[in-house]
Design a protein around this ligand. Structure first.
Ligand SMILES: CC(C)(COP(=O)(O)OP(=O)(O)OC[C@H]1O[C@@H](n2cnc3c(N)ncnc32)[C@H](O)[C@@H]1OP(=O)(O)O)[C@@H](O)C(=O)NCCC(=O)NCCS
Length: 147
């Protein structure tokens, strides 16, 4: 598996994965991220095919935020999500971040477990955060800056 920066040619694959796992973000966001914070836009490639992506940015000084992390359903459970998250954490650390924050749907038990496995813990709930009225679970990871 290859973990590398997003390139504009990856756009159709990223949008396809987004549609399959979330189907809620405007594709325009992803081009915006590429133009404004490309350092935090990373893809996982397997046999020449983009199978997952993560998008993150520095929200405040010292705080990295994960906007979106997704792996194509056919490739989940093979370590791609973990590899993408670790790469992004390394980038945030290099930018001096001390923590990473994110929101995840309360019903998304699998993703919450995934993040907990990577050291995230729940810091709160935002009621009706999503357009369909679902609550978001806020999670945080403290970065070990000595690593
Ligand atoms: C959450 C997600 C990114 C994880 O990526 P992934 O490539 O499947 O994850 P990994 O293969 O690195 O798995 C790491 C851990 O995830 C969890 N996990 C993976 N597959 C799982 C499954 N079928 N059921 C429950 N937990 C599972 C486990 O804790 C696993 O640990 P293990 O390897 O010790 O079993 C991926 O499942 C996904 O795209 N989900 C849909 C989109 C989403 O929910 N994104 C997160 C919200 S922003």
């Amino acid at each position: 598996m290859l973990i590398r920066k997003f390139e504009p040619e990856d756009f159709p694959c990223v949008i396809d994965i987004e549609r399959q796992v979330f189907n809620e973000h405007d594709p325009y966001f992803y081009m915006q991220f590429y133009e404004t914070c490309s350092d935090g836009f990373i893809v996982a490639e397997m046999n020449g095919l983009v199978i997952g992506y993560v998008v993150g940015f520095l929200a405040n000084e010292g705080t990295g935020r994960v906007f979106s992390l997704a792996v194509h359903p056919a490739y989940q459970g093979r370590g791609a999500g973990s590899a993408l998250l670790k790469e992004l954490a390394g980038i945030f650390r290099n930018f001096g971040a001390l923590e990473i924050i994110l929101e995840v749907r309360s019903s998304n038990t699998r993703a919450r477990k995934f993040y907990e496995k990577h050291g995230f813990y729940q810091t709160g709930i935002v009621e009706k955060y999503y357009n369909d009225g679902e609550n978001a679970c806020l999670m945080r990871l403290r970065l070990n800056t000595s690593k």
